[in-house]
Design a protein around this ligand. Structure first.
Ligand code: NAP
Length: 324
């Protein structure tokens, strides 16, 4: 009998065909997240789950599907899944690392340039007919080349941002849980700093840590207070890494100069006052949002799901302890 699988997001035809070859599939074909109650109803009786990062896959969801054998997340970040609850039930969980590294680093760099050179604000000015003259000291931004970049979380995406920054002659500082090997630091031209020192020295602070209990509100009022008044914050990691209300207050007060955000604390809702700030650039969580990358992510998630359902080790297992 074919395994029953719930796919909570729309995938490419190729991917759906691959799944349908081995499984009975229930797909949310709409380009909208599944409502929680519908998700809980439709996960019942399933053997496999391919969720979106917007689906909360918690113990309640797992209890609805006692035969669940594999959860293959569509995304590298898996904070939407209670991995501890899955591991306790012996359910392998996988993610999609690597294939989205460059796309996400590109968006981080797009935000760095957009905030510092006022790209979006300038676009609004031109469209609204407010571009009336050129003058040498009018509508100035802040130079990016040569500025100190502080990378928080020097993993795959953090390193890809560092490689881009080298082309802009930016001194690169990084902080994180693990220090890179000296040869890797030298190859990236990056110097390690304790987190508080990085905040104080960087002109641009770019976040690339996963969302975990340890990184929740890593950037809070105190951290913002350590940054230079001329510095900007870039977040392409996960919204709750930043205390968004504290960020709005810090930008209003001039504690920091601006921010570029791809992710939000309570997506898709924004903290009160955020949209009124001219010196922030806001994107709708599109770090991995290129056709090429999303296609690769879909393919990878399907490969992981099928492997787990066949009883083979999924290539991108995040809880290897279930495989002992
Ligand atoms: P990664 O390779 O695992 O890198 C994460 C880095 O953060 C690692 O260097 C890790 O250190 C460090 N880290 C983990 N916990 C930490 C802590 N408590 N304090 C300080 N540093 C810590 O992951 P990645 O592929 O670069 O992805 C990073 C995150 O980006 C994902 O988890 C996801 O949430 C987010 N993301 C967002 C988008 C988007 O659309 N905006 C797209 C892709 C990814 P260790 O080496 O010690 O583990």
């Amino acid at each position: 009998m074919k395994r029953k699988v719930l796919v909570t997001l729309n995938l490419t035809k190729d991917c759906l065909d691959r799944l349908a070859g081995e499984c009975e599939i229930d797909v949310n074909a709409h380009d909208r997240p599944m409502d929680r109650n519908v998700f809980l109803e439709r996960i019942a009786g399933k053997d496999g789950l391919l969720p979106s990062i917007t689906d909360k896959v918690d113990a309640e969801a797992m209890e609805r599907a006692p035969s669940l054998k594999m959860i293959a997340n569509f995304g590298v970040g898996f904070n939407n899944i209670d991995v501890t609850a899955a591991t306790a039930r012996g359910i392998p969980v996988s993610n999609t690392p690597g294939v989205l590294t460059d796309a996400t680093a590109d968006v981080a760099f797009a935000l760095i340039l957009a905030v510092n050179r006022r790209v979006v604000e300038g676009d609004r000015m031109v469209r609204e007919g407010r571009f009336l003259f050129w003058a040498p000291f009018h509508f100035l931004g802040s130079e990016v080349s040569g500025k100190v970049l502080g990378i928080v979380g020097m993993g795959r995406i953090g390193q890809a941002v560092a490689r881009r920054a080298r082309g802009f002659d930016m001194p690169i500082l990084y902080s994180g849980r693990t220090r890179l090997a000296p040869a890797d630091e030298a190859a990236l031209g990056a110097s390690f700093r304790p987190f508080p020192d990085l905040l104080a020295e960087a002109d641009i602070v770019s976040l690339h840590v996963p969302l975990t209990p340890e990184t929740h509100h890593l950037i809070d009022r105190e951290a913002l207070g350590r940054m230079k008044p001329s510095a900007v914050l870039i977040n392409t990691a996960r919204g709750p890494v930043v205390d968004e209300k504290a960020l709005v207050a810090a930008i209003r007060a001039g504690t920091i100069a601006g921010a570029g955000l791809d992710v939000y604390e309570d997506e898709p809702c924004l903290a009160p006052g955020l949209v009124e700030l001219e010196n922030v650039v806001l994107l709708p969580h599109v770090g991995s949002g290129t056709w090429e990358t999303r296609t690769k992510m879909a393919d990878m998630a399907v490969t992981n799901l099928l492997a787990g359902l066949r009883g083979e080790r999924p290539p991108n297992l995040v809880n290897p302890e279930v495989w002992k």
